[in-house]
Design a protein around this ligand. Structure first.
Ligand code: 6R9
Length: 661
């Protein structure tokens, strides 16, 4: 997609869009409710969550509620710890009596002719069958199962089947490379992998099974042999099946019982691992547990989206990301809702696809990312105007800061000023939404995630950790735990403490910067660590750097983000070549292909600049601040360069920026 978007202001951005009376009709919470609930949630968290934990069906009710500590060296997070439950029973079984025939999942295929509706009864049966198949293949409670799938209902079935038997799932985005999948399978010591023959996106086939085969080899070489693979037939392509190791889901499905009693799990038993990028080269396995996570996913889904029975909820995120976990699958299903899963992409067959799907399935709540909004805005209003969109009642945004122009377009053109926009700030680590407007409660400010959800206590600190008061800007921390918080980094609790609780001891540090305005509204300004946000996807600059230096012709690389009209941030790489290697356009192409191969297409470098040297301090640290400025063409503000070992390097970088592409 082109990186140039003509941002035409539809109407001037208004600094404040007050709640409209229509948004209050039938709403679950009033402003007074929000204020009273919020106050109680922070003054009496035990009482508040004791009550709200009851939204789930517990096998053995909890007597304890909050048991958490952010204390240095002793970080420990437990919620509802003596309660037991099963997550899949909460998402399925408990809805069968009233809603057995209601649609749980509407599936819209890549091809506009392809769609399916799956009732709660059908989904329950499929989940039970897959759970039984997993058991037959040797998966037991506590085992790790990796899931590498396209956006088809079987991805949700696989997640729920794991939850039913107490296995821990690790979903790996279908766009990741065999290397990335192999590394994650090794890291989680995966017992079994669930994948599909092929995926389908914008009419193009994605060779998932072939990638999975390579990933199995990579994991084995790294020292971990994955025992089995369960393969879903999606396109019907011929794929190699290894006898004794690989199994077809459609064959085994018929050999098992449609009943599978749900395993009784403790609230603090692990539910899933999800790998996410951080400041170091190695992705972290974020671990979420069962009870608190589901309380959080379902409560935020209900109140942030003001979700009402019978409504069709469409979160466009892939299940490979946390947004897909919490708001395509677990939140909506725990609430007995109807969730739409979309296999395709926003601009196929054309840029009107999203709105056609909205009309076709009468979507009421639409939740997507700013990058998609900007891309569709760039394609022109005509694609939107061809659809009715009258079914939409609420719009949502997630993944990165939404610029006011994109907000405005979403509000005026897509929503025709009828719908509130909830700009929801949260992270893989937080399990669900932490800061967001509520549609009937919060006056909106384009670009602001506004106010905290129940139990969330944000705080700004400066680089020394001093707490900042009033209208100001700083590093965003959260001072106390909430039920959906991650519990640890899988297999590495020390890294968990180190990453999130050591920078500002006693607080959870988000890695984001934020501003609080005079009305107490929160504005997220973006990452303050070495993580960049490319099309709403987190990418560690260190990961891209290590992919680049793994190329034989590269001696050193430094990667930074720069502003990109559609992606939010683009990937800018400074590359130093090995002695004797000549820079060329060919080599740039080779390096781009190499990074795609190592990580996946989402990590494709947007610009590569060959640079004979990188700006370093005398102790050898790369000065990224300077590299960021050059990438932004902001040469006037390079700041203090006096600590550089060789100041001449900077001039060289500025002079050579023409060679970037
Ligand atoms: C849910 C998700 C988390 C990072 C986060 C922040 C950015 C997410 C945002 C937002 C501004 C919003 N982010 N939502 N920034 N406004 N509404 O995206 O999780 O993939 O872990 O990314 O995304 O920088 O720290 P994840």
């Amino acid at each position: 997609m082109s990186s140039v978007v003509a941002v035409k202001p539809v109407v001037p951005v208004k600094p404040l869009v007050p709640v409209k009376d229509e948004w209050k009709v039938g709403a679950l919470l009033t402003k007074a409710d929000y204020e009273a609930w919020y106050e109680r949630s922070v003054e009496d968290p035990d009482g508040f969550w004791r009550e709200h934990g009851q939204r789930l069906d517990w096998i053995k009710p909890y007597t304890k509620v909050k048991n958490t500590s952010f204390a240095p060296g002793a970080v420990s997070i437990q919620w509802f710890e003596d309660g037991t439950l099963n997550l899949s029973a909460n998402c399925l079984d408990r809805h069968l009596a009233d809603k057995g025939d209601q649609t749980a999942i509407i599936w819209e295929g890549d091809d506009p002719q392809d769609s399916r509706r799956i009732s709660y009864r059908e989904l329950h049966e499929d989940v039970c069958r897959m759970a039984n198949v997993l058991k037959d293949l040797g998966v037991a409670r506590g085992d790790r199962v990796s899931i590498y799938m396209p956006m088809i209902p079987e991805a949700a079935v696989a997640m729920l089947a794991c939850a039913r038997i107490g296995a821990i799932h690790s979903v790996v985005f279908g766009g990741f490379s065999p290397d990335a999948l192999g590394g994650r399978m090794e890291g989680s010591a995966t017992k079994l992998l669930i994948t599909a023959d092929e995926g389908l996106r914008a009419g193009r086939k994605v060779p998932l099974k072939a990638n999975a085969d390579k990933a199995m080899e990579i994991a084995a070489k790294a020292g971990h042999a994955v025992e089995a693979m369960l393969v879903i037939r999606r396109t019907g392509a011929e794929v190699a099946m290894r006898e004794g190791r690989d199994h077809w889901w459609h064959s085994l499905r018929e050999t098992v019982s449609p009943d599978c009693p749900p395993e009784e799990m403790s609230a603090e038993d692990p539910l899933f691992i999800l790998y996410t990028s951080g400041s170091t080269g190695k992705p972290k396995g974020v671990l979420h547990t069962t009870g608190g996570y589901l309380v959080w996913a379902s409560l935020t889904h209900q109140y942030v989206f003001d979700y009402r029975p019978g409504e069709v909820f469409w979160c466009t995120a892939d299940v490979g990301w946390v947004t897909g976990h919490s708001y395509s699958v677990y939140g909506p299903l725990a609430n007995g809702g109807t969730t739409l899963m979309f296999e395709g992409v926003p601009n196929y067959p054309d840029a009107g696809r999203m709105w056609q799907v909205v009309d076709k399935h009468q979507v009421n709540i639409f939740y997507t990312a700013p990058t998609a909004i900007r891309a569709l805005m760039g394609a022109g209003d005509a694609f939107v105007a061809k659809s009715s969109r009258r079914s939409i009642r609420l719009l949502g945004s997630v993944g990165e800061p939404i610029n006011p122009e994109a907000w405005n377009w979403y509000y005026h053109v897509v929503g025709e000023e009828r719908c509130a926009i909830v700009d929801t700030w949260w992270q893989t680590e937080t399990g669900g939404i932490l800061i967001s407007p509520l549609p009937a409660v919060t006056d909106l400010k384009p670009g602001s995630a506004t106010t905290p959800f129940f139990g969330v206590q944000p705080q700004l600190v400066d680089n020394e950790g001093t707490v900042l008061e009033g209208a100001t800007e700083g590093n965003l921390c959260i001072t106390d735990s909430w039920p959906g918080q991650m519990r640890t980094v899988y297999g590495d609790h020390e890294r968990f403490e180190q990453t999130y609780f050591s920078t500002y001891p006693g607080k959870y540090f988000t890695g984001d910067g934020a501003r609080r305005d005079a009305d107490g509204y929160w504005w997220i300004t973006g990452r303050v660590d070495d993580v960049i946000n490319v099309s709403g996807h987190r990418m560690g600059t260190a990961e891209v750097e290590s992919a680049l230096v793994s190329h034989p012709k590269v001696s050193e690389a430094a990667v930074v983000g720069y502003p990109h009209d559609v992606k939010g941030q683009g990937i800018y790489c400074y590359v130093t070549l090995m002695e004797g290697q000549e820079p060329s356009d060919e080599l740039k192409k080779e390096l781009v292909a190499h990074v795609r191969n190592e990580i996946g297409p989402i990590a494709s470098p947007d610009k590569i600049q060959f640079s004979p040297g990188l700006p370093k301090t005398r102790s050898g640290k790369i000065m990224r601040r300077i590299l960021r400025k050059i990438a932004e063409d902001d040469f006037g503000a390079l700041g203090d360069t006096s600590t550089l070992a060789d100041p001449g390097v900077v001039e060289d970088l500025v002079d050579n920026r023409q060679n970037r592409k």
